[in-house]
Design a protein around this ligand. Structure first.
Ligand code: BEZ
Length: 234
């Protein structure tokens, strides 16, 4: 039988819809999350070390993501009983880098059929045909995919970068700006060129504030950390 070919979701696409069983009950995705940001992420397998270190980190940071109006949803090609046993082991037995008694409260999808993993292009056969790669989908409150990250099986994700991406997307949306390399809240932001949507109007109305231009196509302005924080999670 020929392998079935699945379309990979792209940036700007609507998040593919599905219903699934999770460690927190059934979910109807993305409808249940309307009005919130969601990070939908996959891991290769329960009871594996890199995934355990990642889950402990995400579990520890869950409140930080919720404070940004963002819900976490995990997935692997394992069944519900495996998920439950693994999360219990993490909470009861694993102490790692100062993290212990970590209770993972966000849903972990049972995707033993690979239905969701295939819809989201999480199974990448060159890397593994029996498990999902480490994918991270950032989905906005309107259900649109805004950023996708893929990591291989052998490399754990950087969770500060995942949080920075979320803050960056919310900042770009709220302030109509772009963000330069390695941007962190409080750093200068890029003013879109005059021809781009919204920017011309802002310039004509004198709303741009003081700019520093490196050339005609590259202008930045200040945006304080306090201003950014006042809009995050909104
Ligand atoms: C891990 O999470 O440790 C892992 C999972 C699959 C392959 C390699 C490593």
């Amino acid at each position: 039988m020929e392998d079935q070919v699945y379309a990979m979701p792209r940036l700007g696409d609507k998040a593919p819809a599905f219903e699934a069983s999770t460690t927190q009950g059934k979910i109807n995705f993305p409808a249940d999350y309307a009005g919130k940001w969601v990070i939908l992420f996959s891991h290769p397998a329960d009871f594996t070390p890199v995934c355990t270190s990642e889950f402990m980190t995400f579990g520890k940071m869950q409140k930080e993501f919720e404070d940004l109006n963002c819900q976490l949803v995990g997935l692997s090609i394992d069944g519900l009983y495996s998920h439950i046993a693994w999360l219990r082991t993490i909470q009861e037995k694993i102490e790692y880098k100062g993290m212990k008694n970590i209770e993972v409260k966000f849903p972990l999808i049972d995707d033993i059929t690979m239905n969701v993993a295939n819809k989201y292009g999480m199974v990448q056969p060159g890397e593994s045909s029996t498990s999902a790669v480490r994918a991270v989908f950032f989905i906005d409150p309107a259900g649109i995919i805004r950023t996708i990250l893929y990591y291989p099986l052998a490399l754990g994700r950087n969770f500060e970068e995942i949080k920075r991406v979320l803050i960056g997307l919310q900042t770009a949306d709220n302030f109509n700006v772009a963000l330069p390399a390695d941007w962190q809240p409080g750093d200068d932001v890029i003013v879109p060129t005059a021809g781009s949507c919204g920017a011309a109007k802002d310039r004509m109305e004198g709303k741009e504030g003081e700019m520093h231009c490196y050339d005609w196509f590259f202008c930045t302005k200040k945006l304080s950390k306090a201003e950014v924080e006042s809009k995050l999670g909104k």
